[in-house]
Write a protein that binds this ligand. Structure first.
Ligand SMILES: Cc1cc2nc3c(=O)[nH]c(=O)nc-3n(C[C@H](O)[C@H](O)[C@H](O)COP(=O)(O)OP(=O)(O)OC[C@H]3O[C@@H](n4cnc5c(N)ncnc54)[C@H](O)[C@@H]3O)c2cc1C
Length: 461
């Protein structure tokens, strides 16, 4: 009897799962396997919000598989070793995986292929994390697109693969050891200290969140409303996309059918995600090294960094974003840009320090998306205007004109009216004493940043 192991990595769903659907077409018995890598639980990826989200996603996946007459087989240990041990125990001839782009994932896959070859087990890689896979479209004479717009044009023209059907039934090999409960391999203690308002993990929760957003008119209001901080009209689907609880291809297909300009604007955002996947695949050091070096010299003002991390910079719009991150494990995209720019360009702090803090807290924290967006903001990445500096006051007045986003997240300022809520210092002695004064003067800090960049450019010539 032909048996295939499907190694689930971070595509934790049953809808549109090409690795699983293909295995089901090719074999009578399929083993859906998840290997908990201790490096994820204890090592640098041990971010409490993502661990909690992951645990819930696995519980949901297991429940769905049980509904199909099977189960999620769980192991803990080195993914390569454990996968091949399972393959050996059931006499599987192949392991199916979903391709991923980070250096960590690529190294794991190379190791799996090398070890599997020694045992004559075939490793078959499938799409699933993006709409268009990294490397599927390249510019003439290059291995990846460095600028978004030409990528978007080429990406839009590509034919899309058909959606893979959700399995109707699945049979495990007889006598297979299912392994431990999820709570035994991702213990709640390891997830302690997460955000109190973190979204729930899992495909079921993700599909419900998408349906709610659609019902509430999300796609229709997306084009005009996605930057409005208080209105909060973006989909908030990013954690579900990060863990593959939702298929971006399915989202694009379902929105493309009905949503008009909102659906198109949303699909364009999904294209940014693919764009950064192909940048990361081509530049695996993206989390550590400047994609384009600007020879920056960074400040090491730990007190300023701590004020930024805890939302006490004295700039209400920055502090609101940072506090939303701690409370929800998620932050609005506009706030991410404002807070990141403030750290790098107003405080002169290395983007890697900010990226690490985001990665610790974000439920959607993702090496490719987080690093590439931080590098975009730092001007070391794919922004075609690398020296731009966001003015926090102008951003606040434009994207939170009534100040409701600030009032929601900075309760010390909840009693202030629209005119001063973004600049409480204007009240002089009347300002709320529990809220700190600004830690830098924006205009001066921005000028100093530009001068440093100009000097580095001059030295580089
Ligand atoms: C400094 C910084 C760090 C970021 N870190 C991450 C991260 O770790 N993980 C992550 O998924 N996104 C990251 N982003 C991108 C973006 O902020 C989030 O994807 C978005 O805010 C998620 O909210 P949403 O699902 O409501 O987005 P929507 O506006 O509803 O967009 C739909 C989807 O498109 C994708 N998308 C939207 N904007 C971007 C973007 N700028 N880059 C890439 N994909 C995008 C996301 O998958 C998102 O879920 C970061 C942005 C910045 C500026």
């Amino acid at each position: 009897m032909h048996t295939i192991v499907v190694l689930f990595n971070r595509v934790l769903r049953l809808h549109d799962h090409p690795a699983l659907a293909t295995a089901l077409r090719r074999a009578e018995r399929v083993v859906p396997l998840f290997v908990v890598d201790p490096a994820i639980v204890e090592g640098s990826f041990g971010a409490p919000n993502r661990l909690g989200f992951l645990a819930e996603s696995l519980v949901d996946l297991r429940g769905q598989l049980r509904g199909l007459g099977a189960d999620l087989v769980v192991r803990r240990g080195d993914p390569v070793h454990e996968t091949l041990a399972v393959a050996r125990s059931v006499g599987a001839t192949a392991v199916h995986v979903t391709d991923d782009v980070s250096a960590f994932a690529a190294a794991r896959q190379r190791a799996l292929c090398a070890a599997a070859a020694l045992e004559r087990v075939e490793v078959s890689a499938h799409p699933g994390i993006g709409i268009v896979e990294a490397g599927a479209v390249t510019p003439t004479g290059g291995d990846h697109f460095k600028v978004f717009t030409p990528y978007f044009r080429a990406w839009s023209r590509l034919p899309r693969r058909p959606l893979a059907a959700r399995p109707r039934a699945l049979r495990l090999p007889d006598g297979i050891d299912i392994g431990p409960e999820i709570d035994d391999v991702l213990p709640p203690a390891g997830r302690a200290g997460g955000s109190p308002q973190r979204p729930p993990g899992g495909e079921t929760a993700g599909r419900a969140a998408f349906a709610r957003w659609k019902r509430a008119g999300g796609p229709a209001g997306y084009e005009d409303g996605h930057d409005a901080l208080a209105a909060d009209r973006t989909s908030r689907l990013s954690p579900y996309l990060h863990f593959g609880c939702l298929s971006p291809l399915e989202l694009a297909a379902r929105l493309g059918e009905e949503a008009g300009p909102g659906g198109e604007a949303f699909t364009r955002q999904l294209c940014w995600r693919d764009f950064y996947h192909q940048v990361t695949a081509a530049f695996p050091a993206i989390a550590r090294r400047d994609y384009r070096s600007r020879s920056d010299r960074w400040s090491e003002d730990e007190e300023a960094v701590e004020a930024w991390r805890t939302g006490r910079t004295g700039y209400p719009i920055v502090d609101a974003g940072m506090r939303q991150l701690l409370a929800e494990g998620w932050m609005h995209n506009r706030a991410r840009m404002i807070t990141a720019s403030f750290l790098i360009k107003d405080l002169g702090v290395d983007w890697r320090i900010g990226a690490a803090h985001f990665l610790h807290w974000l439920c959607d924290g993702d090496i490719a998306q987080n690093s590439a967006n931080w590098q975009w903001t730092a001007g070391t990445g794919n922004d075609t205007r690398p020296n731009r500096v966001f003015n926090p006051l102008r951003q606040a007045e434009r994207f939170d004109p009534e100040g409701d986003y600030v009032r929601r997240w900075v309760p010390e300022l909840a009693g202030l009216d629209d005119k001063v809520v973004h600049r409480p210092w204007a009240l002089g002695a009347e300002r709320p004493t529990r809220y700190p004064p600004p830690i830098v003067e924006h205009e001066r800090a921005a000028e100093a940043f530009r001068a440093r960049r100009a000097e580095q450019q001059r030295l580089a010539l």
